[in-house]
Ligand binder design. Structure first.
Ligand code: ATP
Ligand code: MG
Length: 260
């Protein structure tokens, strides 16, 4: 293992650029260290590179240059399967398997790891309770659930193998505001108990301020800054000010317009 991250980070981007071969550069010179137990929120508008950044962590994508280190080791030096078992992933649009029941979806990683059936069932029950779902839902199929319930199943599935790292890509998108607020509150409570290292993607400033230990602001494939929520609110960075102005106006920041 030639590369070692600083002791205080579980995930580290070192000078990372990414672009598909023959395509445009989607991420530019990303330097970012995620600390154990923190919830780092990647905030940015659609197309800013949030999902691309997450996929570099579990090696669904490989950097064009630079390195992504997980537990101090380049993702390229990891066996991809082992790497992904250490990382729970809640994908954008949930991504449950439609032909699997809730129990089969949640129990996927334990099954792949050949846990005995009784232990898998216990774990599934425990996880459903953890995310606020009735164990009676275990035998349903995803199409028989509401959107909010599906999102909870997605979170339960990502937690199933007790991975130290969670990647969450707009896990509470496409929900009504009240359900969304409820899931955000529950997730925050859960996070206080489980203390996972989380990279959480959103384009919602309110969600970012509520959940983040730190906020990494992405714009056009570049990291514009990393802030605690308090620092974000005080920052004079023009992009941050645009976010805050749009937030107060209830709209979305215009592309090239600066607030005074
Ligand atoms: N394989 C690809 N080839 C070319 N461009 C791509 C490819 N994959 C993604 N992109 C582009 O890269 C940019 C970043 O995409 P990404 O999915 O990371 O954005 P995002 O911040 O997650 O957006 P959203 O909030 O809409 O999910 C977008 O402009 C997208 O169109
Ligand atoms: Mg995305």
């Amino acid at each position: 293992m030639p590369e070692t991250a600083s002791d205080s980070s579980l995930i580290e981007f070192r000078g990372v650029a990414y672009g598909p071969s023959g395509g445009p550069v989607l991420l530019h010179d990303l330097n970012l260290a995620v600390r154990p137990g923190e919830t780092l929120v990647l905030l940015g508008r659609s197309g800013s590179g949030k999902t691309t950044t997450l996929k570099l962590v579990n090696r669904l994508l490989e950097p064009t240059s630079g390195q992504v280190l997980v537990f101090g080791r380049s993702t390229l030096a990891w066996d991809p399967i082992r790497l992904r078992r250490a990382i729970g992933y809640v994908i954008q649009e949930v991504g449950l398997f439609s032909h699997f029941t809730v129990a089969q979806n949640v129990g996927l990683v334990p099954r792949l790891e050949s846990w005995p059936p009784a232990r898998i069932q216990e774990r599934v029950d425990e996880l459903l309770r953890l995310v606020g779902l009735e164990p009676a839902l275990a035998s349903r199929y995803p199409r028989e659930l509401s959107g909010g319930q599906r999102q909870r199943v997605g979170v339960a599935r990502a937690l199933a193998g007790d991975p130290p790292i969670l990647l969450m890509d707009e896990p509470f998108g496409a929900l009504d505001p009240m359900t969304r607020a409820e899931l955000q509150r529950e997730f925050r409570g859960l996070q206080q108990r489980l203390a996972k290292t989380v990279v959480f993607v959103t384009h919602d400033l309110r969600e970012a301020l509520f959940l983040a230990t730190r906020i990494g602001l992405l714009e056009g494939g570049r990291l514009a800054g990393v802030y605690t929520p308090a620092e974000f609110l005080r920052s004079s960075h023009p992009l941050v000010r645009r976010y805050l102005a749009a937030f107060h106006a209830g709209g979305w920041p215009a592309a090239d317009e600066d607030t005074p």
